[in-house]
Write a protein that binds this ligand. Structure first.
Ligand code: CP3
Length: 356
């Protein structure tokens, strides 16, 4: 049995229940800005070796919680472990981002894809979740995550990172039926992956739709939103996942907040290009919101970091249902001392805000 949760601020905020202060965690909180992360990664040899070793993945997951008063832990892994398990051959070339040895280009390539075995190719992820949950010992809840079907398709069709992901977009225009077959097998894989993480002990689930904002309004609904809705619906029918809050983060899709809130998710992640007061109005009390400080603010002085953190908190206001975060992942050059300034200010000002 796992220890009872000692800090439930994050889960309460996702349920839009009152909390003593605003919970905070940081996207990519276990990462290269931490010297202890770089040391563990060097010991592992490569990013994938680190992610595939449950003991080391557990170690780096807990590192940021040892430094900062974070209200949630996030599984250390990557969204691209799913396509890797589907046989695409993932590697991270030094300083060059992700690459697939076998990208998805043709109908035959899509036809070969199947939902990966959660007790087989992806067992290392579930082992890491079980171990992290045990080692957390109730200190904070554990977030499991996946890429969205659309964002995974972007990398799988392009074969690597890109600014505009022209290849997957071309597939949507030229071979829409093929794109839909790919997105359907991905939606079933993502749902199974998240359900398996829930069964292994994850306490909240987040879907990263990093590239949803590359699509215009109608294609966004057809190729991104629809498949995230399919994932949420499948999770609601799963005995382990049905009670877990799901957070959807479609970066750059601020025009779609009301539709995203209509999927049945508990919360939406938002980037820094929208005012939280406007985002609150858009979702009309249906879901909680997570965000949305510009990650670049962490390069500024402590005074500026405090001021900008307060501006985000003021923009949401004293209402229940806010989880503080960055609007995208933290970058490697950030001084860890600045993260402490941020986390402590969110907690102090979140308390003051509630006191009125
Ligand atoms: O938030 C966390 O601390 C959990 C770990 C996590 C990682 N990747 C670790 C990682 C999470 C949640 C992700 C998600 C992820 N991965 C996304 C969605 C969120 C986002 O940032 O938009 C995407 C698009 C990826 C794909 C990916 N993984 C890229 C493009 C890269 C290379 C770019 C980079 O920052 O180096 C990765 C590698 C990666 N994933 C690293 C980490 C800590 C860096 C690898 C290293 O240690 O060298």
């Amino acid at each position: 049995m796992n220890a009872p949760l000692k800090n439930d601020r994050f889960l309460r905020a996702l349920r839009r229940e009152p909390t003593d202060t605003t919970p905070v965690w940081v996207m990519r909180q276990a990462g290269r800005y931490l010297p202890e992360y770089r040391a563990t990664r060097a010991r592992a040899g490569s990013f994938m070796a680190l992610a595939q070793n449950p003991e080391l993945a557990c170690e780096v997951t807990l590192q940021p919680l040892q430094r900062f008063e974070l209200d949630a832990a996030i599984l250390f892994s990557d969204i691209l472990t799913v396509p890797d398990a589907m046989g695409l051959g993932l590697s991270f070339a030094q300083g060059e981002g992700p690459q697939f040895a076998r990208p998805v280009r043709s109908a035959a390539d899509v036809g070969r894809l199947a939902v990966p075995d959660m007790d087989g190719e992806l067992r290392y992820v579930m082992d890491a979740v079980r171990l992290i949950r045990r080692e957390l010992a109730g200190r904070a809840p554990l977030i499991g995550f996946s890429g969205s079907p659309w964002t995974l398709a972007c990398y799988m069709v392009e074969g690597q990172g890109s600014r505009d992901f022209a290849a997957p977009k071309a597939m949507c225009w030229n071979e829409p039926a093929l794109a839909h077959r790919l997105l359907d097998v991905l939606a079933r894989s993502v749902a199974a992956y998240l359900a398996a993480q829930a069964a292994a002990g994850a306490q909240a689930l987040m879907v990263f739709d990093t590239w949803g904002g590359l699509l215009g309004p109608a294609p966004f609904r057809e190729f991104s939103l629809r498949y995230m809705a399919q994932v949420v619906e499948a999770l609601k029918a799963d005995p382990h996942a049905r009670d877990l809050p799901v957070i959807l983060f479609s970066k750059g899709a601020n025009g779609h907040l009301a539709e995203l809130a209509g999927t049945g998710c508990a919360a939406l992640g938002v980037d820094w290009t929208v005012d939280l007061a406007d985002a609150r109005r858009a979702v009309a009390g249906k879901v909680a919101l997570q965000g949305n400080l510009d990650p670049a603010v962490l390069r500024a002085s402590p005074e500026v970091i405090r001021r900008e953190a307060r501006a985000v908190l003021d923009s949401f206001g004293p209402h229940p249902g806010h989880v503080f975060n960055l609007g995208h992942g933290i970058t490697p050059e950030v001084d860890p001392a600045h993260v402490k300034v941020l986390v402590d200010e969110v907690h102090a000002y979140g308390r003051a805000l509630r006191a009125g």
